[in-house]
Design a protein around this ligand. Structure first.
Ligand SMILES: [Fe+2]
Ligand SMILES: [Fe+2]
Length: 229
């Protein structure tokens, strides 16, 4: 499997206060991440993927509960959001094979999860449109970060190690796949999440839903799923 091409130019121009708040928030977090991680892309991926896997599960939970209360159809949103959460968790399980977080980073992950889960849950209750816009902008930044990671590998500053077994199986990569192939499919996943979440925000706002980047095919996880088949 080779990664689908990614349009790196996609950006939702903020329209209105909700979009501006979402964009400003994400840019502030980007500044914090750049300061904290600098060019340690492996560490950055491990820590930030633990955060990236939260919104999909929050959105799925709250939409699930809303559909139960209103006794109405979800139009495919719940499964889409759960798939996003699972996909982000698989990014984490992949990068943990490439780079081990420091003890301090593990502490940051635990602390940030408390704050971010509660914050995002509250935001989704107050404005699901802003919440999806925040994720759309997060994913725009993720596409940029993984593009930088690719440049690090291509220019020899990060070793292009063999792809972890878990990644080869999950994305059906070739036996000789490398970290570069993994970053390419992860970036394609992020581009897909970016367009899906901007699309959801647009739908809530009554704006036209723009095109969605294709999602690379993933192995369906079954009970007792293991990296090595
Ligand atoms: Fe991710
Ligand atoms: Fe993502």
């Amino acid at each position: 499997m080779t990664a689908p091409a990614v349009d790196l130019t996609v950006h939702h121009r903020p329209k209105g206060l909700s979009d501006r708040v979402a964009y400003g928030f994400v840019k502030a977090l980007r500044f914090c991440a750049d300061t904290f991680f600098a060019k340690r892309y492996g560490h950055r991926a491990v820590v930030l993927e633990t955060v990236a896997a939260v919104p999909g599960m929050v959105g799925a939970t709250l939409n699930h509960l809303k559909c139960l209360r209103r006794m109405e159809d979800d139009r495919g949103w719940i499964k889409t959001l759960m798939d996003e959460a699972e996909n982000e968790r698989m990014h984490l399980m992949t990068f943990i094979e490439v780079c081990k977080p420091t003890l301090f980073e593990r502490f940051v992950v635990v602390a940030v999860q408390w704050v971010f889960y509660l914050f995002f849950f509250g935001l989704y209750l107050v404005s699901s449109k802003t919440a999806h816009r925040v994720v759309g902008y997060f994913e725009e930044e993720a596409v940029i970060s993984y593009t930088h990671y690719l440049a690090e590998i291509d220019e020899g500053r990060s070793a292009n190690v063999p792809a972890p077994e878990i990644a080869k199986r999950y994305w059906a990569l070739s036996a000789d796949a490398t970290l570069r192939d993994v970053v390419l499919v992860v970036r394609a996943d992020e581009a897909h999440h970016r367009d899906v979440n901007h699309g959801f925000a647009n739908e809530i706002a009554g704006l036209p839903v723009t095109e969605t980047a294709p999602c690379p095919p993933h192995e369906v996880l079954q009970p007792n799923w293991k990296a090595a088949a």
